[in-house]
Design a protein around this ligand. Structure first.
Ligand code: GLU
Length: 508
């Protein structure tokens, strides 16, 4: 690298919603840039127009934004190496394809789709697989097999053609990957990839390498599925005379299924009930909906924290990291070679960790917005925060709070049968009326005060606490659950507490 600056890019193709594996790739690039004082770029690789999905690019930008992954340069923010959308860079690529043809490292191929299909069938009939490579290329319809005049005539006649890379024969490539270290490829195992298509667009391989070069990318950090492309990419740098500027490569390990073998897929999510996408996605064609972490109630901090530990490890027991903290300690050296199993339960655990450390006010506001408003329940903000504070240790998601606290907002009209059987004994009505008398005389209805007075009374009566507490809880809550009973009545207030005692005595 000439100026030694770290510049990394996330280069998704807008072919659908971003998979969580893609978010992890973006995250590792981002963290690497932050750690090294570099720049994080977002480039959209949309040269394959047949796979373009409307809305996918906006989805990607929104997902990164939700995750707190900030783009320094690229689509949505601009920068001096733009445009950052490959379809808008279309005129730039042809010259490099031509340069490779001129140096003999690429060639024109006129084979039609039908011709190639026929070839495939012919090979299949002999139980072989057809590959466009050094074994076959001299016999096919291309500028290696045709005479210069024939080629010229075809081009002049407007015959469609592609440009293919002429893969060297039987060369052993010893390459370095930052994660896998030494990797060896033999070029004879590789085919002659199309670099430039007949529609005037480059393919992924050419556009990717040209853009990484022009955008001065220092490190290519991407998923393991791109490792097989590495030898071609390295050869392109070499043949284009850019080897000195070639980025370093780092191929991230796969994210694996929670159960069984193989790469995590959308089907695993559907089967086991977890999202594989950061945000909800509605397929523009089918209108099918796929769930997203955001809409399922995950905090972006929890999602990011979970993703960071899929493949990277801090070398300590610590598990909770903010994105700022990760930005300080992330390194490629601590990214493992082997895939990591995705654990949906652990992901909930991460959410729980973040939920419980958020302030009662913040959780209260979220709960109000996400649950109470939708139920048309109005309540004082301070009261909501206090209620949420009481139960936040017990839930993974804000949406789960309702089941823990519904009785604060709706007077229980029914009583859980099992709890009633256990808690509401023959002497319950009498004890509850006595308790009502005691409570009605208390003017300071704070939790500590009511607790002290009620407990004194029970002690003096020389009966078990449960005899009073169990029916009392049933009367307040309608069930056997809930936080500390005196905290509950503190929030309900005296009037409501007394009226619930009466209601229980009348009903049970
Ligand atoms: N466009 C490729 C993708 O969709 C980029 C791969 C790379 O980073 O080189 O993942």
């Amino acid at each position: 690298m000439s100026d030694n600056k770290v510049r990394v890019r996330f280069a998704p193709s807008p072919t659908g919603p971003l998979h969580m594996g893609g978010v992890r790739t973006a995250l590792f690039n981002y963290l690497f840039a932050r750690k090294n004082g570099g720049k994080f770029l977002l480039r959209i690789e949309d040269t394959d127009q047949t796979r373009y999905v409307p809305g996918a690019e906006d989805y990607i930008a929104e997902a990164l934004n939700w995750c707190g992954i900030k783009i320094d340069e690229g689509v949505t923010v601009g920068g001096e190496y733009g445009p950052y959308r490959q379809s808008e860079r279309k005129p730039m690529y042809r010259e490099y394809a031509e340069k490779l043809v001129a140096s003999g490292d690429a060639y024109y191929a006129f084979d039609t789709a039908e011709e190639l299909d026929a070839m495939r069938h012919k090979y299949e009939a002999e139980k072989k697989t057809f590959t466009y490579n050094s074994d076959t290329r001299e016999t096919l319809n291309n500028s290696l097999a045709l005479s210069a005049d024939e080629v010229q005539a075809k081009i002049e006649a407007g015959t469609p053609y592609v440009v293919r890379f002429k893969m060297p024969v039987n060369e052993e490539l010893h390459l370095h990957d930052e994660i896998r270290k030494h990797v060896v490829f033999n070029t004879s195992a590789l085919d002659d990839k199309v670099l430039f298509k007949s529609d005037g667009m480059p393919t992924y391989h050419l556009a990717n390498v040209v853009d990484d070069y022009l955008m001065k990318i220092s490190h290519v950090i991407r998923g393991e599925e791109w490792l097989p492309s590495m030898p071609l990419h390295v050869l392109l740098y070499r043949k284009l005379g850019w080897e000195a500027q070639m980025p370093k490569f780092a191929h991230l390990p796969l994210i694996l299924k929670p159960v069984g073998k193989g790469k995590l897929s959308k089907r695993d999510g559907d089967k086991l009930g977890f999202p594989v996408f950061p945000l909800l996605w509605t397929d523009p064609k089918t209108q099918d909906i796929s769930s997203g972490y955001r809409e399922d109630g995950y905090f972006p901090e929890a999602f990011i924290n979970m993703l960071a530990l899929l493949g990277w490890n801090p070398g300590t027991e610590q598990e909770i990291f903010s994105i700022e903290e990760l930005s300080e300690i992330f390194s490629l050296e601590r990214v493992g070679k082997s895939g990591s199993k995705f654990d949906p339960e652990k992901t909930k655990w991460f959410n729980h960790q973040y939920l419980k450390t958020k302030s009662d006010e913040e959780i209260g506001q979220l709960f109000n917005r996400e649950v109470l408003v939708k139920k048309d329940i109005e309540a004082d903000a301070d009261k909501i925060s206090r209620i949420c504070g009481m139960v936040k240790e017990r839930v993974n998601f804000v949406s789960e709070i309702w089941d823990q606290v519904n009785f604060f907002f709706e007077t229980p009209k029914e009583f859980d049968a099992k709890t009633t059987k256990k808690a509401w004994k023959a002497d319950a009505p009498e004890l509850m009326q006595e308790l009502k008398g005691i409570l009605s005389n208390i003017s300071d209805f704070s939790s500590a005060n009511t607790e002290e007075i009620v407990k004194e009374w029970i002690t003096a009566k020389e009966i078990g606490f449960g005899k009073v507490m169990n029916p009392f809880r049933l009367a307040m809550v309608g069930a056997g659950k809930g936080p500390h009973i005196f905290d509950i009545i503190d929030i309900l207030g005296k009037e409501e507490t007394l009226s619930r005692i009466d209601f229980a005595c009348e009903t049970l």
